[in-house]
Design a protein around this ligand. Structure first.
Ligand code: SAH
Ligand code: SF4
Length: 356
């Protein structure tokens, strides 16, 4: 298939499936080169760094694929208190980070007000954007957090296939997940969805559906990573996703949505020592070094073989910066907000001024 500058952002399911499945090396290389070109044209050589703090591995959900699921009785659980989370965030800002990602299992131990106070405290002590990835809460909580200063929310849709979604998330539906994403967007968050690649029973048509769903939702960010079977879960003896298919999905998303922020995910880092650098050549432009205090890292065991569990925040920072430079790219200095989001916001402000 010939990728054509003007029409690529409208690839249909059949075209996407054909590129995901293609065994024609020159066609696949053309896909990669096109995605890299679109990425460089949109963002230049900059790759944005996000410091992630994994502050609790307690979770009330039971997602079949995940090591933090509540039924995994073999996992030692931890919670950082909010003072320790704050100190960790302030230290990360001191290392030069302009975005702090707060991630956890879905853990109601932290009240809505606890999280709001934490966001305010971080914002008052550090000049950073804040991304939340705390799972599902109600609209009032999301509203209080954006009022407290949060900027972005990551909530992957995990899979666009409703039957597969329901199988993987007992008692939940894809439609509910999408409602959360729409609520977050309406409240003014920059929103990140995303999916795993290689889930049991998933087809390339499902992955095409993931891509078109993210386009329809008009997401600002997209986390795409391989599913890695976890022996402590019911899906422990399944196959998991390949590096090749993840890279192809990243490239297709970059072409379909030129301005979306796409991380070279930590899960992808398990697929080879240079897998994340490789992702930059396929359209990724974000990387998320781990700044969680070392003693907690082995317990945030979403999947086995997680990288960077033996390096502290400063080591992870210099390692990741060196990787960005080795890939021929530069480290982005600003907050790295989604350009589309900033433009839409400027339009909203202008419209507001006209009204007033
Ligand atoms: N509890 C929050 C955030 C933590 S989980 C939430 O679910 O949104 C973060 C991500 O880890 C999930 O969205 C999922 O896509 C990913 N994940 C969980 N188990 C995984 C596995 N076995 N392989 C690869 N990714 C996994
Ligand atoms: Fe909990 Fe998130 Fe893991 Fe699901 S994916 S079990 S919500 S931590």
């Amino acid at each position: 298939m010939n990728l054509n500058q003007e029409q690529d952002t409208n690839l249909d399911v059949a075209e996407i499936v054909s590129l995901l499945e293609s065994s024609d090396e020159s066609e696949v290389e053309a896909l990669r080169a096109r995605a890299e070109q679109v990425c460089l044209k949109t963002f230049g050589r900059d790759v944005y760094l996000r410091a992630i703090i994994e502050f609790s591995n307690c979770c009330r959900q039971d997602c079949l694929y995940c090591g933090l699921r509540r039924s995994n009785a073999g996992l030692k659980r931890y919670r950082m208190n909010t003072d320790e989370i704050l100190e960790t965030a302030v230290r990360a800002a001191g290392l030069g980070y302009k975005t702090i990602v707060l991630q956890s299992g879905e853990d109601p131990y932290y009240s809505d007000a606890d999280i709001a106070r934490l966001i305010e405290a971080i914002k008052s002590r550090a000049d950073v954007a804040i991304t939340l990835s705390l799972g599902e809460r109600d609209a009032a909580a999301y509203r209080s957090w954006i009022e407290a200063g949060a900027n972005r929310y990551l909530m992957r849709h995990e899979t666009s296939n409703p039957e597969l979604y329901a199988r993987l998330h007992p008692g939940h539906t894809l439609e509910q997940r999408l409602d959360h994403l729409r609520t977050l967007k309406a409240l003014g968050y920059q929103v990140g969805a995303g999916n795993m690649v290689g889930l049991p029973g998933q087809t390339t048509k499902d992955i095409a559906g993931d891509l078109l769903l993210m386009k329809e939702l008009d997401v600002d960010m997209a986390g795409i990573g391989p599913f890695i079977p976890n022996p402590s879960t019911p899906l422990g003896d399944t196959e998991g996703g390949t590096l090749d298919l993840v890279l192809r999905e990243i490239a297709l998303l970059r072409i379909l949505m030129p301005e979306v922020m796409i991380p070279a995910t930590t899960a992808l880092g398990t697929k080879g020592s240079n897998a994340r650098e490789e992702a930059f050549r396929w359209g990724a432009n974000v990387i998320m070094p781990n700044v969680t205090p070392m003693r907690y890292r082995p317990m945030y065991a979403l999947y086995p073989g997680k990288i960077c569990t033996d390096q502290d925040a400063a080591q992870c920072t210099s390692c990741v910066k060196a990787r960005v430079l080795a890939a021929g790219r530069t480290v982005g200095m600003g907050y790295g907000h989604s350009p589309k989001f900033l433009r839409n916001k400027a339009q909203r402000v202008q419209a507001q001024e006209v009204i007033q």
